[in-house]
Design a binder for this molecule. Sequence first.
Ligand SMILES: Nc1ncnc2c1ncn2[C@@H]1O[C@H](COP(=O)(O)OP(=O)(O)OP(=O)(O)O)[C@@H](O)[C@H]1O
Length: 789
Amino acid sequence: AELVFYYLKLFSSLSFTAFRFILLGVSQDNPLLGIRSMEDWIQLFHLVNFDKNINQNYGCDAQDFIPINGKLSQNSHETSDDKVRNKCRNSQEITDTLPFNVCRRLIFTNENLANVRLLSGLSSLALSSPVIYVSQSHDVEDGSMKVSRSNKPVQLFFSLCDRQTVGQQITVCVRKRPLSHAECKGGEVDVVTATDGHFTDFSSILPLKLSIKEVYQKTAYPLVQHMFRGGNATCFAYGQTGAGKTYTMLGSSAVTPGLYTLAVQDIFAHLTTAHSYPPLLVYVSFFEIYCSQLYDLLDHRKRLFAREDGQKVVHISGLHEIRVDSANSLLEVVSKGTAQRTQGVSGVNPLSSRSHALLQIQLREPNQHTAGRMWFVDLAGSERASDAKERDKQRRMEGAEINQSLLALKECIRSLDKKASHTPFRQSRLTQVLKNSFVGDSMTCMIANISPGHSATEHTLNTLRYADRVKELKRKGDVMGKKGRKTTFSHEPNLIHSSCSTASTPVKTKLAKQSMPLCTNPPTTRFHPGGAPPHSTPKNNRCGEKAQAKEKQRVGNHRVRGWLGLGKIKHQYKSAVEEDGTTIKTKSTDKCLVRENSIRPVLVIRQQKEENQHVGETCTSCAAFPKCEPGFHNRDKIESHLWTTQGRKEEEIQWIPPGMQWERSPEMSSVLKTPNERDLQRPDDEKKMHLRRYHQQLQQFVPSSVQFLSTSTCPSITFLTDSPYSSVLTQMQDDCEKISDAHSASVKHEACTNPTGRDGVDGRCGSNQNWGEVLERRNKEQYIFEREI
Ligand SMILES: Nc1ncnc2c1ncn2[C@@H]1O[C@H](COP(=O)(O)OP(=O)(O)OP(=O)(O)O)[C@@H](O)[C@H]1O
C-alpha cells in the first residue's frame, strides 16, 4: 500500500477512480494477484494511468470503469446468476458478442491478475488502442457486467469505443471501382450510384473517393484487432473479374497501397508498441487454389494437399511457412508469392487472376502455440462462360472451376443462413480451407467489388445478391457463433480445425475431376520481375513454356470485351436515379455522367437512357484510374467491337448442339412469333434495345449451363417490367426457382450416395427427378434468345 501511495504522490493527477482501483488491488493477496516484482507494480500503475487517459480522451465517465473484486461465491452457495456464469465459463461466444458499452469498462479481477505477466506492455499497447478491456469471461445481463471465475490465463481485449464491429461476425462492404479511361472511351457509363433509399444496405459502401486507408479502417483493421485478441479473422474480396479485387488487396503503387500492406504495417506497429509477453512471432504462408489444386506460392509452386484427419482437422500438408520479423520482410515475401500467382486473360481483364490466393498471417508464441490468425483471400473473378473471350478448353474449364468453387462458397453461406444441419464445406477446396472463417470465433469481412459500367450490370447485381446473402448471415449473427464447433487453434502450424461431421476426403465434383489434366496448362503471373516471367507453372507441367508464351501473347493483346458497346447505335446515358418513381436528371457534360457526390449507404443501379453520345470528352469517374493501365487504355473501340461480334458468333456456334431439335415452350413460341423474321435481321433501334435489355435479364437466369449450375439463387425481375417479354421472364423465374430447388435436391441426393454424408444419415435426401428436364428446357430457351439477338 505504501508503494502505491508513493507512486500516487508522484503522479498526483491520477483520478479518484484509479486510486480506488489500486486500493482494491492492494487489498488482495499480492502473490495471488500475480504481482511479484516492482516491475509488475509499475505495469499496474501504468494501466491505471491509462484509465485516466481514457477518461480524458474518449469521454468515458469515471463510473464506466468498474473495478470488480473478483471473489465470487463458491459453488456450494451457487445462485442462479452463478449457474449462468458457470455455464458461460470460458465461452468464446460471449466474448464475441460483447455489446458496445462493454468496451467502456475496464474490468480487473482477482482471476485476471493471476497472470499479471500477460499485462506486460499493456501501457504502451494502450497508446495504440483507445480502450483496454481485461477479463476472462463475461456474462452480460441487462447491461450489467458479471465476471466469472476461471483458471485460464487472462485474455486481453482492446477495442475502439466507436468500433461498430464489436459483436459482428461478418461485415460486408461494397467497393466500386472507377470507370477506366478505355471504358469511358468505349461509351461505358457508370450506372452504379450510392444514394439514399432502400435498395439494400450493407455494413459499408465504400465511396470512390475513400482513400485506401479509410477502406482499410472499415474492412481489415477490425480483423487485425480480432487477430490480436487471439481470434481467427478473414478478409476476402469477391466480385466479377476486373472489378478490383486484386487492386484492393495488393494496391497499385506505394502511393496507393493495398490492404495487405496496411494490415502488415499495422500488425508490426502493434507488436512493437505492445511488447507482449511472451513475445509473439509472426509467420506467413501464401498459397493459391487453382483448378481445385493447392500450390505453395512461397515454395516454387509446390503442390500442397488439404487433408482432413479423423478428428475433423484439415491439414495443409507441406505448406511452407516463413517467419518474418518486420513489415518489410513480410511484404517482400508476399510480393514474391504474388509474382508466382496464376494469371490469365478474362473477358474484361487482360491481367486476370485465375486462382484464389490465400495469404495467412499467424501470430505465434515461442512454443508455437497459435495466438491469432488472419487470412486474406483474393478470390478469382467470377465470369460467365458466355462472356469469356478465350474459348479454348483450358480457359473454359478454368472459368467453370472458379464458378464452381464460388458456388460452393455460396452454398456454405446459404446453408449457414438456413441453419442447416450440414454445411457442405467439403464441396470445394476453397470452402474446405476456409470453413473456419464462417464458424466459431471467427470474424470475417467480405469486400464485394463491383464494376461501375452498364455492361457489367448483371454481374454487379449478382455480386450484390451474393453480398446480400452474406449480409443476411451477419444479421442472424448467432449462426456464426453457434453453428460451428468452437474454433480452437492448433498447436501445429498447418492445421485448421473443422466443424464437419464427416472425415472423408473432399467431394470431387465431376468438373474438378475433368479439370485436373486440363489445368496443367500454364498459368502466367501477375508480375514479371526483371522482365522475365518467374516460374509459375505447376511442377511436372509438360506444357510449360510453349503455352506460357502463348499466354504472354494473349496478355499482350490487351483486348477488352465490350459486348454492349455495339454497332452504330451510340448510347448516351443520363444520370437518372429512379427513386420512388421519380427520375432525377443530371445535366452533365461528362461522357460518363457520374454522380459521386450522392454516395450514401444504398446502391442504385440505373437504367440506361439512349441519347447521342459525346465521344472523347473526359470522364470524372475515370480520374482515379491510373493513366497507363494496361489493357484498358489502348483499347480501340472498333477493333473491340469487331472482335466482340466475332466472339459472339463463335459463342453461338458453340451453343448449337449439332443436329439438336427441340420444341419451343408455348410461352416462348408466342414471344418468338412477335418479331418479324426480316425485322430481326435488320432490327430497328427500339427492337434491338428491347432485345438487348431482355438478353441482359435473361443472362441472369441462364447464361450458360456452367453458370447455370452455379445459380443457386434465382434473380428477381428488377427492371423491364414493361418488357414485352415479361411473361416469359416470370415463367423463367418460376422455372429457375424450380431448378434451384431441384439443384439443392440433387446436391442432397449426392450426399445421400455418400454413406458418411449427414443428409443420408438424417434421411433428408430429396428427389432430383426434374432437374435434367428443366435444365434442358432452359438451355434451349437460352439458345433461342441468344440467336435472336
Ligand atoms: N479502385 C480502383 N481505382 C483505380 N483503378 C482500379 C481500382 N480498382 C481496380 N482498378 C483497376 O481495374 C483493373 C482490374 O482490377 P483488378 O485486376 O484488381 O481486378 P480483379 O477483380 O482482381 O480481376 P480478376 O478477378 O480478373 O483478377 C486494374 O487495371 C486496376 O488497376
